[in-house]
Design a protein around this ligand. Sequence first.
Ligand SMILES: Cc1ncc(COP(=O)(O)O)c(C=O)c1O
Length: 458
Amino acid sequence: MSSARNKNYLREMNAKKVYHPMAHPNDLEEHPPRIISRGEGVHLFDDDGRRVIDACAGLWNVNLGYSNQPVKDAIAQQLADLPYSSAFKGTTNEKLIELSDVLVDMLDQEDMRRVFFTSGGSDSVETALRLARQYWKLSGHVDRTKFLSLKRGYHGTHFGGASVNGNNVFRRVYEPLLPGCFHMPVPFDYRNMFNESDPSRLTDLCLAAIEDEIAFQGADTIAAFIAEPVLGAGGVIVPPETYWPKLRALLDRHEILLIADEVITGFGRAGAWFGARGWGVKPDMMCLAKAITSGYFPMGAVAVNERIETAFKANKDAMGVISHGYTYSGHPVGCAAALACLAETVRLDLPANAAREGDYLLSRFRSMMDTHEAIGNVRGRGLMMAMEFVADRKTKQPAGKTFMGAVGDAMFDAGMLVRIVGHNILLSPPLVLTRKDSDEIAAAMEAGLAKVSRGPAT
Ligand SMILES: Cc1ncc(COP(=O)(O)O)c(C=O)c1O
């Protein structure tokens, strides 16, 4: 077994036998992924023993870092007590019930009443879309089946989520997708179809486009609008302050459900306990995943408000059966992990820390624009941040692929793992970040940038 574990074997097998998500299989030999062997605190170690700070927190999810003992203990204890139990009709488990109570309590401000458990973010989105359609059928509005979402939004990889995704890359090769999904302009002040940088005017233009689409489709055909409170994978796009409250009001006028995809923003990442709460808005459903178990177990949930709960309660026939569920819905180990993660998030007051360290890092990154012409835009909210690279600041022509490849390598060489998406560096470090960790990230960014360029990214 020891020879089978040697590095060459692992690299060769990875290149030959694995299909990696979001990667071309033919690329694996030429650009082999780094093999990560160990995690400690906010740091990762590769199989060469290289230590880097994880400025992605895995995939926006390892909010507690890699060494949280209470979470590891809770998982070990649950594995000993009950490693699996089904939540389909007829059985449930203690941890599932406890977690439901904790979550509904946590979401009292949003008037959430019930939770449905899933195995991850894509499952949560799929669940919310299905429940939205079922809600309207239960309410007697059988034509309300369509979905609105934002261009550049990301909602996972199931067919429902892919259909509301607003990025061509995640759609094109899997088309045809779900009919009846329409994509609205994203309120992104740096790049938008209106060439408008004023936040208030941009908000009104984006909302006017939604109003126009609703009128065209017919409000009575639209089930729900789904959006991320702060767009993540689409490039960390922070909508203007008034966008979400005005969106909620607009949807209310047309009785359209609002689904907040909080898979990234839930549990503090954007500096508030939930993204929608940060905008002062109450959605009808909230998709949760990622930080709910901080990456220690695959898990997700959908919370629904009183409006949805009432429709199900009022129905007595088969139409009200939730004919949807996953083998791992309410997995006892996942629920035990989530209970421990949420308790740790409360104990450490991580949303406040995200706001504090996010503000600090943003100002450090913004000051780098003075020296590095290639940085076109720096943006973020809490510990969700993006640095966008351009070949020309005036025209905003995106930086090239080769340059961005060099940026990723330079950052790793400088001791930091970042995520490169298109011509952006996306940063989403663990929420347990200390000021010393933030300084380490800023220093690695400086060192990495110094290596690639002081001029434009042509
Ligand atoms: C906003 C959002 N929704 C849904 C998903 C899908 O989650 P998962 O990858 O856990 O299926 C993601 C994943 O990054 C996401 O960012």
